[in-house]
Design a protein around this ligand. Structure first.
Ligand SMILES: Nc1ncnc2c1ncn2[C@@H]1O[C@H](COP(=O)(O)OP(=O)(O)OP(=O)(O)O)[C@@H](O)[C@H]1O
Ligand SMILES: [Mg+2]
Length: 292
C-alpha cells in the first residue's frame, strides 16, 4: 500500500517521467497511427463537448460544452452531484458514446472522424473502462472476465497476468467464481482488473471504489496510481469520495453538464468542503426556482 509520502513522490515522478514528450513504455496494443498519436501533447482532449439525450422539450442536456485536457501520465478525478453528467463525460471520453457536438481527441486521434469498427478497435487497444455497474459477463468466471479484453484484441490470453492482476485486487482465490457468486465489492475489483489487464493508455473508471470498504478503496487507488507510474497510463476517475479524489493530481467539478471548477493537489477535507459548497449553491438555486 502506498503511503501519502510515496503517493506524492509518485506524483512528482509521474509528472517528470511521463509528461508531454517524456519517455513512455511501449506496452499498449495500439493499432493505428501510433507515431503521430504518441507525439500528441494530450492523452485526451475534449473541446466544447455537448451530449444531448432526446429532442425538443424533453431533451436532456447531459453535457453542455465541456473542455478537458489530460496530459499523458496524469490522474484526474471528476466529481459532482448525481445527474451532473459525470458518466456521460467518461463515456464520451472513452469513445463508448458519441458527443452531440464538439470534439474528442484520444492521443491525437479525433474520435468523431472514426467509423464504428475503427472506433471499437481503438477503444479495445487503448482504453480500459470500469463501468459504474461493473458490466461483468455473468457466464464467465472472474479470470475469464479479466482475460476478455485480451481475447477481443486478438492477443493470446495470459493466464499468469490475469492471476497477478486478480491477486493485486485481493481476489487470488476467486479466479474460478462467476460474478453471481461474488459480492458487489468483489465484482467491482474484477472489473478493475479487467480494465487494467491490457495496460491501456487511458483508464476511465466510473466510481471504482463505490462498492468498496475504505481499506480496499485505498488499495484500488494505489493500483490506479501504479498504472500511472508503471506504464504512463492516464487515469480519469469519477468519484463521490473526497478521500479517493485526493489520490488524483487534479479534481474537476461538474455541475449541470459543465466543468465549474478544478482543484490541483487538494487534500480530502478541502475537496469535501468544495463538494459541500456545491450542494449548498444547488439547494439555494432549487429553492429560488420553486419560489419564482
Ligand atoms: N440514455 C439516456 N437517456 C436519457 N437521459 C440520459 C441517458 N443517460 C443519462 N441521461 C441523463 O443525463 C444526465 C447525466 O447523466 P449521468 O449518468 O452522466 O450523470 P452522473 O453525474 O453520472 O450521475 P450519478 O452520480 O448519479 O451516476 C442525467 O440527467 C440523466 O438522467
Ligand atoms: Mg454516473
Amino acid at each position: 500500500m502506498q503511503t501519502n509520502e510515496t503517493q506524492s513522490q509518485s506524483k512528482t515522478q509521474t509528472q517528470s517521467q511521463n509528461g508531454p514528450g517524456g519517455p513512455r513504455e511501449d506496452t499498449h496494443l495500439a493499432d493505428s497511427g501510433t507515431a503521430l498519436d504518441r507525439a500528441s501533447a494530450w492523452a485526451l482532449a475534449m473541446d466544447g463537448v455537448t451530449r444531448r439525450y432526446g429532442r425538443g422539450g424533453r431533451a436532456v442536456h447531459a453535457l453542455r460544452g465541456v473542455d478537458v485536457r489530460l496530459p499523458h501520465g496524469s490522474f484526474t478525478a471528476v466529481m459532482g452531484p448525481s445527474g451532473s453528467g459525470k458518466s456521460t463525460l467518461l463515456q464520451c471520453a472513452a469513445g463508448l458514446d458519441r458527443a452531440t457536438s464538439g470534439r474528442v481527441t484520444l492521443g491525437g486521434q479525433d474520435l468523431s472522424g472514426l467509423g464504428e469498427r475503427r472506433l471499437t478497435r481503438l477503444r479495445r487497444s487503448r482504453v480500459g473502462f470500469v463501468f459504474q455497474s461493473f458490466n461483468l459477463l455473468p457466464t464467465l468466471t472472474a479470470e475469464q472476465n479479466v482475460l476478455l479484453p485480451l481475447r477481443l484484441a486478438g492477443v493470446r490470453p495470459d493466464r499468469t497476468a490475469a492471476a497477478r492482476m486478480l491477486a493485486r485486487v485481493g481476489l487470488a482465490d476467486r479466479a474460478r467464481s462467476r460474478p453471481g457468486e461474488l459480492s458487489g465489492g468483489q465484482q467491482q475489483r474484477v472489473a478493475i482488473a479487467r480494465a487494467l489487464i491490457t495496460r491501456p493508455d487511458l483508464v476511465c473508471a466510473d466510481e471504482p471504489s463505490g462498492a468498496l470498504d475504505p481499506a480496499t478503496a485505498e488499495d484500488v487507488m494505489g493500483l490506479l496510481r501504479q498504472a500511472v507510474r508503471e506504464w504512463g497510463a492516464t487515469v480519469l476517475m469519477v468519484t463521490h469520495d473526497p478521500a479517493a479524489a485526493a489520490w488524483a493530481d487534479r479534481a474537476l467539478f461538474l455541475q449541470d453538464g459543465l466543468v465549474v471548477d478544478e482543484a490541483n493537489g487538494w487534500d480530502a477535507p478541502e475537496i469535501a468542503a468544495r463538494m459541500r459548497s456545491m450542494r449548498t449553491t444547488r439547494a439555494a438555486t432549487a429553492a429560488a426556482e420553486v419560489a419564482a
